[in-house]
Write a protein that binds this ligand. Structure first.
Ligand SMILES: NC(=O)c1ccc[n+]([C@@H]2O[C@H](COP(=O)([O-])OP(=O)(O)OC[C@H]3O[C@@H](n4cnc5c(N)ncnc54)[C@H](O)[C@@H]3O)[C@@H](O)[C@H]2O)c1
Length: 250
């Protein structure tokens, strides 16, 4: 299917966790629509592969740990020296291992929440002042159906994503009188590298709950994110957009 090209000309987008999976596909589609894209990711090898594969002067990258506010702040200051940040896709995330809450490693539990929730907070905290100054911004927070439903044996991940949904609703309202939209998306399982962090049984259980009876395709997800990140989204904000193949009922 031929994909619609959005007009992202003269727009600068930061895509966290953009070195692979959902983030990389979003970055590619933004570039195709003439945006300037900066990937913030932790994984140097994946970044190198992405840059080599895409080979586009409008793409740049920086090693950033989104759970570290200082890292995030210095990366956004570097961009703001020469351009605004028009689009922020808070996509970096980890699931952490699959385990019941009462057996979950305490440091790992904190880390999963730190990356999924505090990472989203840190990036918004750092980038939003520039969007306010410019009276323009589109923020998409990549949550998960786990944040709505709560997945067994994934308490930290479910909490991190539920927190990102709450953050979206608050921040969207705080910015609603400006041309800034803040929305969250809640995908079901897609075949990216993140699935390797969970047991096969856990992934199978996730899939069994999806009425569509299949995994979400990465490109299907990108289509939703692109509209939310585009100028065409002039009204929706503080909202949660479901892309769970019928799994969630709200
Ligand atoms: N694939 C799925 O089934 C699925 C379902 C629901 C939600 N999600 C969410 O989608 C987002 C993207 O996941 P994906 O499936 O593309 O996974 P992925 O593992 O392919 O990509 C995630 C990227 O985030 C990066 N990252 C991890 N921690 C980071 C940190 N602290 N700072 C910066 N970058 C960091 C990784 O290096 C990686 O490149 C995640 O937030 C994930 O929770 C994925």
């Amino acid at each position: 299917m031929e994909k619609i090209t959005y007009n992202f000309k003269n727009r600068t987008a930061v895509v966290t966790g953009g070195a692979q999976g959902f983030g990389l596909d979003i970055a590619k589609r933004f570039l195709k629509s003439e945006a300037k894209v900066i990937i913030w990711d932790l994984d140097p090898k994946a970044i190198e592969n992405a840059i080599n594969e895409i080979d586009n002067p409008n793409l740049s990258s920086k090693i950033v740990d989104v759970s570290n506010f200082k890292d995030v702040e210095s990366a956004s200051k570097e961009i703001i020296k020469t351009s605004n940040i028009d689009i922020l896709i808070n996509n970096a995330g980890i699931t952490g291992p699959t385990a019941p809450l009462w057996e979950y490693d305490i440091e790992m539990w904190k880390k999963v929440v730190d990356i999924n929730l505090m990472g989203t907070f840190n990036c918004c905290r750092s980038v939003v002042p520039n969007m306010i100054k410019n009276n323009y911004g589109r923020i998409v927070n990549v949550a998960s159906v786990a944040g709505k439903d709560g997945n067994a044996n994934a308490s930290a991940y479910s909490v991190g994503k539920a927190g990102a949904i709450g953050l979206t609703k608050s921040l969207g309202k705080e910015l609603a009188d400006k041309n800034i939209a803040v929305n969250a998306v809640t995908p079901a399982g897609a075949k990216t590298r993140i699935l390797d962090q969970m047991t096969k049984e856990h992934v199978q259980r996730m899939l069994s709950k999806v009425p569509r009876g299949r995994f979400l395709e990465v490109e299907e997800f990108t289509s939703l994110v692109c509209w939310l990140a585009s100028e065409e989204n002039t009204f929706s904000t503080a909202a949660v957009f479901d892309i769970s193949g019928g799994r969630s009922t709200y």
